[in-house]
Design a protein around this ligand. Structure first.
Ligand SMILES: NC(=O)C1=CN([C@@H]2O[C@H](COP(=O)(O)OP(=O)(O)OC[C@H]3O[C@@H](n4cnc5c(N)ncnc54)[C@H](OP(=O)(O)O)[C@@H]3O)[C@@H](O)[C@H]2O)C=CC1
Ligand SMILES: O=C(O)C1=N[C@H](C(=O)O)C[C@H](O)C1
Length: 253
């Protein structure tokens, strides 16, 4: 049996993840972490911070917020627990902390736990190699009205993948506004739409001379992310210390 601590257990993703795990036979939630400990009736104890967790666990799955990461990393490293980080919106300093902690435990981190988005990234890299010099590239992401960070972690991940293909030559432009907002040649525009209950949609547009290519991924529910994070947890359990992502999982390395 794989024992899991769900971080952010009383949030939207934490609740979907709990349900997914509760339907599994070889995984169980032994505890949760959330700022709001008594919002819902959980079938497990919920603690305000990682340092308070008493239950033995094999892996933490984190869908909370960036302010939780220091405590989580300390808890995971001190107790030799694997951790799946799905949370987005980290600062550069927090990203560095995660990288440093991965020397001491197994960390899986992806801003998008769906397999489909990772296929999208590979398609976009391919399109960039052919069209990068001749097409204008823009990213549009759409999410529900409760999302706190913008642009989405996935949009950033896509933009960084494109930029890497173009040897780091691109600048990112977040939305456009004003009378001097003309597009530059070396820019990737990133645009965030927020509304209703949109689970997550990412479109990459390659706009060239008299032709346009759009590559788009739509998540139809939050369940796809929860299921992906469970696969990630199963994948890193018996790995060596290090930082893993969806590509590691897909290529099984
Ligand atoms: N990688 C992926 O595939 C996906 C990633 N995400 C990411 O997961 C995160 C959570 O998303 P979602 O569930 O929609 O957000 P919610 O706000 O619904 O849930 C987050 C929960 O974590 C709690 N929380 C936040 N900070 C802390 C902290 N420092 N200590 C303890 N609890 C904390 C929140 O409490 P409070 O509300 O009081 O702040 C809330 O209950 C986001 O960063 C989102 O972008 C989401 C979906 C997919
Ligand atoms: O907050 C969300 O909901 C999501 N966040 C992730 C992101 O920021 O990219 C992934 C997914 O799109 C849903």
């Amino acid at each position: 049996m794989i024992n899991v601590v769900v971080s952010g257990c009383n949030g939207a993703m934490g609740r979907v993840l709990t349900k997914v795990i509760e339907e599994m036979e070889d995984m169980t939630v032994v505890a949760g972490i959330d700022k709001n400990t008594d919002l819902y009736k959980n079938n497990y104890p919920v603690y305000k911070s990682p340092s308070l967790v008493k239950e033995k666990c094999d892996v933490i799955i984190d869908f909370s917020g960036p302010s939780n990461i220091s405590g989580l990393l300390e808890y995971a490293v001190n107790n030799d627990i694997a951790i799946v980080i799905a949370t987005t919106g980290f600062s550069d300093k927090e990203e560095k902390k995660i990288k440093e902690a991965s020397k001491f435990t197994r960390i899986f981190k992806s801003s998008n736990m769906s397999l489909g988005v990772n296929v999208l990234i590979n398609l976009v890299k391919q399109a960039t190699n052919t069209l990068g010099d001749i097409a204008d590239i823009e990213i549009i992401e759409k999410h529900h009205n409760k999302k706190v960070d913008a642009p989405s972690g996935t949009a950033k991940m896509i933009a960084e993948a494109i930029n890497k293909e173009l040897d780091g030559s691109m600048e990112f432009s977040y939305g456009r506004n004003g009378t001097d907002a003309k597009r530059e040649e070396n820019e990737i525009g990133i645009h965030s739409i927020r509304g209703g209950t949109i689970s997550g949609e990412h479109t990459v547009i390659f706009a060239g001379l008299d032709e346009i290519i759009e590559v788009k991924h739509t998540a139809l529910s939050k369940k796809v992310f929860a299921q992906g994070s469970v696969k990630a947890a199963q994948y890193i359990l018996n790995r060596k210390n290090g930082l893993y992502d969806m590509n590691s999982l897909i290529n099984n390395n």
